[in-house]
Design a protein around this ligand. Structure first.
Ligand SMILES: Nc1ncnc2c1ncn2[C@@H]1O[C@H](COP(=O)(O)OP(=O)(O)O)[C@@H](O)[C@H]1O
Ligand SMILES: [Mg+2]
Length: 549
C-alpha cells in the first residue's frame, strides 16, 4: 500500500479521539476534502474523513515571500519556500477511543471501504462514494433508521433546481423499493406543475454514468408502479395536467374532523365561539343522522328561520350571530374549495386508501389547488393513512410520505395558517417510526423547518446549498471546507449524514430513475393527451346549489 502521508499532532493541533492531523508529501496530488484515509496506528487501523486541508510555510509575513522573489511573482528563486500541506481527518472508525499518536497514512483497500460504508445491518444504498484514489463503493444505510422502528425521517435539502431534491427523493425511493425487507408503499403530493405526474414512465435522459451508479447500488432504473389522483372541479372533471388521473371529492362525513381548522374567525374569542357552535352542531348532526352539508345546512336554516330572533338570542346554545357565521362559512365551502367539497352524499368519491399495495406509489395532484384546499388534502390524507397504519388495516406495513416544501408547511416560525398541518407533521415525525409512517421531507432551507421535526431526522441528504443558508446554526457542525464543497456541489453530488455514521460522507447520486415533468418540458416531449375525466355520480354541485338563507 502506498504511503500518502504521516499522521502526527502538534502543540497547537493535537490529535484527539475525534480527529487527527497528517502532513502529505509534495508529490501527493490526489487527496482532497472528502477523501477517506486509513492510518496504521499503534492500537490498530484508524479510518478518517478529510474535512480540512491547509498549506503553510514557516513565515509569519507575506512580505518575506514578496522580498525573496524581488517583488516578481514569476521569478524562480534558488531555493523553494518550505511549505507543507496538512490535512485534518474526522475519525470514522477506530479500535479504541484514544488519540492517535503517529502513523503512516494510506488509502483504505476496496474491501476496507466496503466494511466501513456498509456496516452490519445497513442494506439500503443511499448513494455512491468515490474515493480520491478512484475506488467506488455504495454507501448503505440501515432500514430500521429509515422506515422505523429506530428512526423514520429522512430529510433532503438544497437549492431549488440545482439541489435536485425531487430527483434525490426518487432515487432513494427506488433504492428502498429495491432493497427493503418490508412491505412498503409511498404517498406523495404533486405541488409543482407536472413535476411528479409521469413517474410511472422510465427516464429517457440517463447517461452511462447514471446507469453505472444504479448498477453499483443494485437498482434497476425504471418507472414506478403508480396511481395518480386529483380532486374534481365543480364540473366533476379532474383538476390535473394529466388526463387519466382518478378523481376524488369529499362531503361532510369525510371532512367533519377537519372543519374546525377550516373555519375563519376574527379573534380568539370568536374562534372559541365558532368551535363550540360547530362541536354542538356535529353532535346534533350525528344524533339526527344528517350526513351531508346540504342536510346540515337545511337543518341550520330551519333553526335560524324558526322565528325572527335578535343576534344575541341563542340558537341551540350558540348566539344567533355565531350560528349564522358558521352557516355562511359551511355554505361557502363548496365554492371556496372549488369542487373538492360537495354538499351531497351521492357525489362523494373517497380515495381507496385500503388498496395501497406493496411497492406502489400514489401521487395526489394538488398543483391546481389553492393553499387552503391543498392543506385540507394534506391533513386528511396523512391522517387517514396514519390511522390505518395504526390499526394495521393496510396491505403494507410501511408508508413513505414525501413532503416537499417542508419549510412552508412546517415552518420554524409561528404561522397561523399552518398550525394544524404542522402539528400533524410533528406527530408523524415523532410517532411515525413506531407505526411505520416514514417522513421523507424536502426543502430549500433546512434552517427554516420546525425544530421538533428536525430533531427526529435520522438521515440527512444535503445538496447544493446557498452560502447565506450555510451560515445558519444547523450547519455549524460542518467545517468551512465541507461547507465550501456544499456551496459548489454539482447536481450529482450530495452530503449524506446517517445516524449510524461517525461523520457525513460525500456521495454521488444518479439522475432519477423515472421521468420528471420538468425534464419533459425541457426536452420538448409533449404531454400525453388527456383522456375523458371520470365523472362522479349525480349532477355537478353547482347545478343544485346549497340552501340559501
Ligand atoms: N445526478 C444528476 N445529474 C445531472 N442532472 C440531474 C441529476 N439529478 C437531477 N438532475 C436534473 O436536475 C434538474 C432539477 O432537479 P429537481 O430534482 O427537479 O430539483 P429540485 O427538486 O431541487 O428543484 C432536473 O432536470 C433533473 O433531471
Ligand atoms: Mg423539486
Amino acid at each position: 500500500m502506498r504511503a500518502i502521508g504521516h499522521a502526527v499532532g502538534t502543540k497547537e493541533r493535537p490529535n484527539t479521539s475525534e480527529e487527527f492531523y497528517f502532513w502529505i508529501p509534495r508529490e501527493e496530488r490526489t487527496l482532497a476534502v472528502g477523501s477517506i484515509v486509513k492510518v496504521l496506528g499503534e492500537n490498530g487501523p484508524v479510518y478518517g474523513l478529510v474535512d480540512e486541508m491547509m498549506s503553510y510555510t514557516d513565515t509569519d509575513d507575506f512580505l518575506y515571500h514578496q522580498l525573496s522573489r524581488g517583488g516578481r511573482p514569476d521569478l524562480a528563486t534558488p531555493s523553494r519556500e518550505q511549505s507543507v500541506m496538512v490535512c485534518r481527518a474526522r475519525i470514522l472508525k477506530q479500535e479504541t477511543d484514544r488519540p492517535l499518536r503517529t502513523g503512516v497514512v494510506m488509502y483504505p483497500t476496496q474491501r476496507e471501504l466496503e466494511d466501513l460504508l456498509n456496516q452490519e445491518g445497513c442494506d439500503i444504498p443511499f448513494g455512491v462514494f468515490v474515493n480520491t484514489d478512484g475506488s467506488v463503493t455504495p454507501v448503505k444505510v440501515d432500514e430500521s433508521y429509515v422506515l422505523g422502528p429506530e428512526g423514520a425521517h429522512v430529510n433532503i435539502s438544497g437549492m431549488s433546481g440545482l439541489g435536485t431534491k425531487t430527483s434525490t427523493f426518487l432515487f432513494l425511493l427506488s433504492s428502498v423499493f429495491a432493497h427493503s425487507r418490508s412491505k412498503v408503499a409511498c404517498v406523495m403530493f404533486n405541488i409543482k406543475s407536472d413535476d411528479l405526474l409521469y413517474i410511472d414512465a422510465p427516464s429517457d435522459c440517463l447517461a452511462r454514468e447514471d446507469h453505472e451508479l444504479y448498477s453499483i447500488c443494485g437498482i434497476q432504473p425504471r418507472g414506478f408502479r403508480a396511481r395518480f389522483f386529483a380532486p374534481m372541479n365543480i364540473l366533476s372533471e379532474a383538476r390535473s395536467l394529466r388526463g387519466d388521473v382518478e378523481t376524488f371529492r369529499w362531503g361532510y362525513e369525510e371532512i367533519k374532523d377537519y372543519i374546525p381548522h377550516l373555519l375563519k374567525s376574527g379573534d380568539q374569542d370568536q374562534r372559541e365561539k365558532l368551535d363550540t357552535a360547530f362541536y354542538d352542531l356535529k353532535k346534533m348532526a350525528s344524533e339526527r343522522g344528517l350526513r351531508s352539508f346540504s342536510d346540515i345546512l337545511e337543518f341550520m336554516r330551519n333553526e335560524l328561520l324558526l322565528e325572527d330572533r335578535h343576534p344575541t338570542d341563542l340558537v341551540r346554545g350558540s348566539y344567533k350571530a355565531t350560528w349564522l357565521k358558521l352557516y355562511n362559512q359551511l355554505r361557502g365551502f363548496e365554492s371556496k374549495y372549488g369542487g373538492l367539497i360537495t354538499g351531497y352524499e351521492d357525489e362523494v368519491v373517497e380515495l381507496p386508501y385500503e388498496s395501497l399495495g406493496d411497492r406502489e406509489v400514489w401521487v395526489i395532484d394538488l398543483q391546481q389547488l389553492d393553499f387552503y384546499p391543498r392543506k385540507l388534502v394534506f391533513e386528511k390524507v396523512i391522517s387517514e393513512f396514519e390511522a390505518r397504519l395504526e390499526e394495521r388495516s393496510l396491505k403494507v406495513d410501511r408508508i413513505i410520505l414525501f413532503m416537499d416544501e417542508l419549510n412552508k408547511y412546517a415552518p420554524s416560525q409561528h404561522s397561523p395558517d399552518v398550525v394544524s398541518l404542522k402539528a400533524k407533521l410533528i406527530d408523524v415525525s415523532a410517532r411515525g417510526r413506531s407505526i411505520g409512517f416514514s417522513l421523507f421531507g424536502a426543502e430549500q432551507f433546512k434552517s427554516k423547518v420546525e425544530q421538533n421535526i428536525m430533531g427526529n431526522v435520522s438521515t440527512d441528504v444535503y445538496g447544493k446549498t446557498k452560502e447565506s443558508e450555510l451560515l445558519e446554526a444547523v450547519y455549524r457542525k460542518f467545517s468551512d471546507e465541507i461547507k465550501g464543497r456544499m456551496r459548489r456541489f454539482g447536481k450529482d453530488e450530495k452530503l449524506l449524514d446517517h445516524e449510524l455514521f461517525e461523520a457525513p460522507i460525500f456521495v454521488k447520486l444518479p439522475r432519477p430513475p423515472c421521468r420528471l415533468g420538468s425534464d419533459m418540458l425541457r426536452s420538448g416531449t409533449r404531454l400525453p393527451s388527456g383522456r375523458t375525466p371520470r365523472l362522479s355520480g349525480g349532477r355537478a354541485p353547482s347545478e343544485r346549489g346549497l340552501p340559501r338563507l
